[in-house]
Design a protein around this ligand. Structure first.
Ligand SMILES: [Fe+2]
Length: 475
């Protein structure tokens, strides 16, 4: 949210930092007064109050990767609109509390934007919030920092706890790991929480997380975004993430033409996309020896300008790419897992570039099934493939499940299974492991970069065989 394009709906008025009156109760009272009733008046909806309404205490705290992860990270958080001036404080971590002393702490004032949303589609109340963001720069590689966000006196309750965050080291070939999630989307608090938490439990030293779109179901639902932040909790504030938007991050009421009003206020992603409308949705990041590229697949689908701009931009990025590894994430898959879900225009635009420039991985979502394979597989079932080209994956982390059909490109597919993928990039080898919600190994392979630039693909033995909706009983 370095430069928000969204309308600031209210002018900020400085409010005393020590003011702790019950803004939320006042707001709800005002709301009832104007409407004669609350939209929010059934028993089943009451518990969502805390997921929706902000207070003076920061919530929805998240770190994003910047274009220079070894020296910086981006932070976003939310409060109520009483807070119009907020700060990040950070320091190098210490064994004890001594980092929290004069001279060791650096203060940065955040950029603050006031946003007001009302999701009438789901009968949610109007929510006014202040969204704060900052980029912490000039950090040293390979160090762990502590940071907190908030305002007021140093011990005031208006600060978050101190979180740790780590920058990657100078040596770009030092191994690192990231976790890739397909669509969370539905019943996120109820059913996705255990996925993100299980993944963190299995790989607590993970360096970043990647979300391949459809984080939520209704783009304008503040409650659903609240569920997504609730599910990840301190993980979002500790492990940097990147995300690419899916169709559900675009407003259905505008025929998916308008990005969620909350996307840019609540994330800080690179703004170097080829069009104004692609800022923070189409971008590239170098993380160690990996180039990570986000394509805005919904925008691509929406109009010819975006289609042409993203295709040209991807060509320009890949043409000068010197990174050892390259991964693209986009929501709609180049090869879908089911008949009737094909994305021909996307494939025609991007597959020639993926092939031409030797992209290694394409990480996707949308189909609510699992599949992993490569274009020339033709179901050969080999354990070792000398030149597989790009490996394509479709995955799902949330509970919504579709069916798929076996296709030549697939090495492994699956249905009715919530998954997360841990990828470890260890210099010349990428280790890819897909795990179920129970932590069982569902799919596994290695990609080894040969000196000629081609990749050797080794398919590993897994714990679970193919799970299909009609033939699995979960024991
Ligand atoms: Fe989708």
């Amino acid at each position: 949210m370095k430069k928000s394009i969204y309308t600031v709906l209210a002018t900020a008025i400085l409010v005393g930092c020590g003011n702790t009156n019950t803004f939320d109760e006042h707001h709800e009272h005002e709301h009832r007064k104007h409407h004669g009733h609350s939209h929010y008046d059934t028993h089943s909806e009451v518990p969502a109050h805390k997921l929706i309404f902000p207070s003076q205490v920061p919530d929805r705290i998240i770190i994003n990767l910047t274009e220079d992860p070894a020296h910086s990270f981006a932070i976003n958080w939310r409060t109520n609109q009483q807070v119009d001036t907020a700060y990040v404080q950070y320091a190098e971590e210490t064994h004890g509390p001594d980092f929290f002393s004069e001279g060791r702490i650096t203060n940065i004032q955040a950029k603050t934007t006031f946003i007001e949303v009302e999701n009438t589609r789901d009968k949610e109340p109007r929510v006014k919030a202040a969204y704060h963001s900052a980029i912490v720069n000039n950090l040293q590689p390979g160090k762990t920092y502590v940071y907190r966000v908030g305002f007021g006196k140093s011990k005031a309750a208006t600060w978050s706890e101190w979180f740790q965050v780590q920058t990657p080291p100078v040596d770009k070939n030092t191994p690192f790991s990231f976790i890739y999630f397909g669509d969370a989307q539905n019943d996120v608090k109820s059913m996705w929480s255990r996925i993100v938490r299980k993944s963190y439990k299995m790989m607590p030293e993970v360096d970043f997380m990647l979300h391949a779109g459809d984080l939520i179901n209704h783009s304008e639902s503040d409650r659903e975004w609240g569920e997504w932040f609730y599910a990840g909790s301190f993980i979002h504030a500790t492990v940097p993430s990147i995300m690419t938007p899916g169709n559900h991050e675009y407003d259905k009421r505008t025929n998916r033409s308008k990005l969620s009003a909350l996307w840019r206020p609540q994330f800080t992603l690179p703004e170097h996309g080829p069009l104004e409308e692609l800022m923070e949705t189409c971008y590239a990041i170098d993380y160690q020896n990996l180039k990570l590229i986000s394509i805005d697949a919904q925008s691509f689908q929406n109009n010819i300008y975006s289609r042409q701009a993203q295709t040209k931009w991807l060509d320009s990025v890949l043409r000068v790419n010197k990174q050892k590894w390259t991964a693209i994430t986009m929501h709609y898959p180049i090869f879908s897992t089911a008949k009737g879900r094909d994305n021909e225009a996307l494939r025609e635009a991007f597959k020639p570039l993926i092939d031409k420039y030797g992209v290694d991985l394409v990480l996707q979502g949308h189909d609510h099934t699992y599949a992993r394979g490569f274009a020339n597989n033709k179901a050969a079932g080999k354990t070792v493939v000398q030149d597989a080209g790009a490996v394509y994956t479709v995955s799902v982390s949330g509970p919504k499940m579709y069916q798929s059909q076996d296709q030549d490109w697939m090495v492994k597919r699956g249905e009715n299974t919530q998954l997360f993928q841990i990828l470890t990039v260890a210099n010349d080898t990428i280790h890819y492991n897909a795990y179920t919600a129970k932590g069982s190994l569902y799919d596994s392979f290695q990609l080894i970069k040969n000196t000629n630039g081609k990749n050797k693909l080794i398919n590993n033995i897994t714990e679970l065989s193919v799970r299909l909706k009609n033939n699995v009983t979960d024991k």
